[in-house]
Design a protein around this ligand. Structure first.
Ligand SMILES: Cc1ncc(C[n+]2csc(CCOP(=O)(O)OP(=O)(O)O)c2C)c(N)n1
Length: 278
């Protein structure tokens, strides 16, 4: 569990990641704000507390791996990797430009990125393959995979879900960012997938539900996941798409939205208000 100082630090880290998101969004260019901001606390907990991951040991065979299966939310992973010192801050401003390091979806040329993702449904299979390889190597490393709730309609991930149970993989923890909105509207209206928890437990996974904006709760879920032996765990993060930006919360328009100058300024103002409180 976290002491008050650690908890505050993680909240401040999540806030810093959201400032980075605003910097990368800039003005007049589309960016995936919504599904990035819903993951700020999870990224803060994983990269800044949980994972054995360091910018100066990117090729350590025993590093923990994070696969962002919902690769369109790359901005939040770029923010975390930048804050970890994997590349210079100037790259944030060059995001999605022709000669920039950081493209619209995760790519292996970015220090700290472990897999190319963006075609939804594939990340869990990749994470499972890595988990099996690490087990063969008797490595203590753990693998984390983050999926979206809209992504749950992709068939391939259910094949990986069955395989992970078949192979009794317990060094793999998956997340579902249950933010209830996908690209063009509410997930339930586009491809309704009820009882996610029962589906995953029916497939044999340990299922843990948690408030995805509470760092301490996320950490508690991770501790539970690590303690489960002989099967994989999935943490269902109850989140708000666009969290911390009032105009974007629950709003599909900011799945891949564009900031005007006024909205950009409002985004900064809203983060400044949070900063004053924590
Ligand atoms: C195979 C595939 N089909 C369609 C898309 C286009 N697409 C990008 S994001 C998205 C919605 C994803 O929703 P969700 O998984 O809920 O992500 P989040 O809301 O967390 O951003 C879609 C359909 C894609 N990237 N890959």
């Amino acid at each position: 569990m976290l002491n008050p100082e650690e908890k505050k630090k993680l909240e401040q880290t999540a806030l810093r990641l959201r400032y980075d998101l605003v910097e990368m969004m800039g003005v007049g260019v589309a960016g995936h704000l919504g599904g990035s901001s819903s993951l700020a606390e999870t990224m803060a907990v994983l990269y800044f507390h949980q994972m054995n991951f360091s910018a100066d040991r990117l090729h350590d065979p025993n590093r923990d791996r994070l696969i962002l299966s919902k690769g369109h939310a790359a901005l939040i992973q770029y923010a975390a990797l930048c804050e970890k010192g994997c590349f210079p801050r100037e790259e944030l401003k060059r995001v999605k430009t022709l000669h920039g390091l950081l493209q619209g979806h995760p790519d292996l040329s970015v220090p700290g990125i472990e897999a190319v993702t963006g075609s939804l449904g594939q990340g869990l299979s990749i994470a499972l393959g890595i988990s099996l390889a690490l087990r063969l190597d008797k490595s203590p490393a753990r693998v984390y995979a983050i999926m979206g709730d809209g992504e749950q309609s992709e068939g391939q991930l259910w094949e990986a879900a069955m395989a992970a149970v078949n192979f009794k993989v317990d060094n793999l923890t998956a997340f579902i960012d249950w933010n209830k909105v996908q690209a063009t509207g509410a997930t339930k209206d586009i491809f309704s997938i009820s009882d996610l928890d029962k589906k995953w437990s029916g497939f044999g996974w340990q299922v843990i539900g948690v408030n995805g904006h509470d760092s301490e709760a996320i950490l508690g879920a991770l501790e539970e996941a690590v303690s489960v032996k002989g099967k994989p765990s999935v943490i269902i993060l109850d989140t708000i798409k666009g969290k911390s930006f009032s105009f974007a919360e629950g709003n599909a328009a900011y799945h891949n939205g564009i900031f005007t100058e006024a909205v950009y300024q409002q985004a900064l103002k809203e983060l400044d208000a949070i900063k004053a409180r924590i």
